[in-house]
Design a protein around this ligand. Structure first.
Ligand SMILES: Nc1ncnc2c1ncn2[C@@H]1O[C@H](COP(=O)(O)OP(=O)(O)OP(=O)(O)O)[C@@H](O)[C@H]1O
Length: 258
């Protein structure tokens, strides 16, 4: 099977007036169709840099990134990006916020608008479509951000700590909803998170990065019976705690105990 995301020997150096810092050092990664992969690792190990390179927002200093076999040389509609902050515009209604990607790409037609409505409904937001972001809870706002990302139908979703600003219960509910929705739609996802339990519960594969410079230390395949369960139930499966502790130990030796 061909990977949908492929990173070949990616090295990235940030250069400022005073210094140069090596953020990623010769990193290789393949992500396969429909896979849900999490990246965990100590603060500063290059997770966000990696996502920015896949998204085409940043060119690596060395190495090449491919998406669907094509070399990445800028952002494309095939890759959606969801962040910790929802960046909803306070002056636009929920529907107008959700459909902004369509507007920007000139696809504000009946078919796409109907899809936006259907996605809002799937996310339990039908009643909120004419409200404004400030009238919504954090969890609802992140659901709007997901709808906004999905309206343009990207095959690949990059998720940079989308749950980390939420309270615990909302976070668990949203993990379930988002992971379930992405699997159902057969999307490929790369999630950056500091929460090891979240990584183990939502992913097919958890990749631990080490820092200074950022490199892959180890990749953990999540056993079939855990990954086929919804995230909330995955945490109750036999072997989940062992997997969590194995990832934790790897993180500890990566120099961080988050
Ligand atoms: N614009 C920049 N200029 C200089 N150095 C940077 C820049 N952005 C990131 N870095 C450095 O590159 C390294 C990797 O940063 P990056 O944000 O990718 O790590 P991260 O793993 O996502 O961190 P965190 O978990 O804290 O979000 C860090 O040492 C960081 O200080």
């Amino acid at each position: 099977m061909e990977p949908v995301v492929e990173l070949k020997h990616i090295t990235h150096v940030y250069v400022s007036d005073r210094e140069a810092s090596l953020a990623l050092d010769g990193l290789d990664l393949q992500v396969y169709p429909g896979e849900f992969v999490s990246l965990v690792g100590p603060s500063g190990c290059g997770k966000t840099t990696l996502l920015s390179i896949i998204a085409g927002l940043m060119k690596p200093t060395k190495g090449e990134a491919f998406v669907y076999g094509r070399k990445v040389d800028g952002p494309t509609a095939e890759v959606g990006y969801m962040l910790q902050q929802d960046y909803l515009f306070p002056w636009r209604t929920i529907f107008e916020n959700a459909s902004i990607g369509l507007e920007l790409t000139g696809r504000l037609d009946q078919e796409h608008l109907a899809r936006t409505g259907a996605l809002l409904e799937e996310m339990g937001l039908s009643d909120a479509r004419n409200l404004y972001p400030q009238q919504l809870s954090g969890g609802m706002r992140q659901r709007v951000a997901l709808v906004r990302t999905l309206t343009t139908d990207p095959g690949i979703l990059l998720l940079d700590e989308p749950f980390s600003a939420l309270d615990y219960q909302t976070k668990l509910q949203l993990e379930d909803l988002i992971a379930g929705t992405l699997r159902e739609k057969n999307k490929t996802a790369v999630l950056v998170t500091h929460d090891l339990s979240e990584a183990a519960a939502v992913s097919d594969r958890v990749i631990v990065l080490g820092s200074r410079p950022g490199k892959i230390r180890k990749s953990f395949d999540v056993p079939e019976h855990i990954r086929s369960a919804r995230p909330l139930l995955a945490r109750e499966q036999t072997g989940f705690n062992e997997l969590f502790h194995d990832i934790w130990r790897e993180m500890e030796s990566a120099g961080d105990k988050e």
